[in-house]
Design a protein around this ligand. Structure first.
Ligand code: 4NP
Length: 146
């Protein structure tokens, strides 16, 4: 799960997808394309909205996406098209490129392709982000074999 800062959207996506999969079956992680928030806890508003739905993301720590993530992961989900492009620009080969998806393209008939950046959007923005990610992660979890 990859966004810009790895403190708002992708930590939520990581927590939500983990909550929908049996423990120790998949390695789910998140990262940011930028390096602004390395080592930081998720934004307090992401922590709060996750907690509201029974998910604890307080132990996550921000990190930056790195080229070796293409080998470490089978699927890479970008939160928006800018992150998508930034990830694809780091790809070393066509197999790397093929792993990168826009997470909202999982939603059937969705008219929006970008999870809106909630950093300056207030609490309502985080509720909206949670709902979008919950719907997308439900579809992703149902598609995975276990
Ligand atoms: P995120 O949100 O990409 O969902 O983690 C942001 C967090 C921080 C900043 C931008 C977006 N920032 O500019 O510091």
């Amino acid at each position: 799960m990859v966004c810009l800062g790895n403190i708002c959207r992708s930590p939520l996506a990581e927590g939500i997808l983990k909550s929908k999969l049996p423990e120790n079956t998949f390695f789910v992680d998140s990262a940011g394309t930028a390096n602004y928030h390395i080592g930081e806890q998720p934004d307090y508003r992401s922590i709060a909205i996750a907690k509201k739905y029974g998910i604890d993301i307080t132990r996550q720590k921000g990190r930056q996406f790195k080229v070796s993530d293409f080998d470490a992961f089978d699927y890479i989900y970008a939160m928006d098209s800018e992150n998508f492009n930034n990830i694809v620009n780091l790809a070393q080969n066509s197999e790397d490129v093929s792993k990168v998806n826009l997470i909202l393209e999982e939603l059937n008939e969705s008219s929006i392709t970008d999870v809106p950046d909630p950093y300056y959007a207030g609490n309502k923005g985080f509720e909206n982000v949670y709902e979008l990610l919950d719907e997308a992660c439900e579809i992703i979890a149902n598609k995975l074999d276990y």
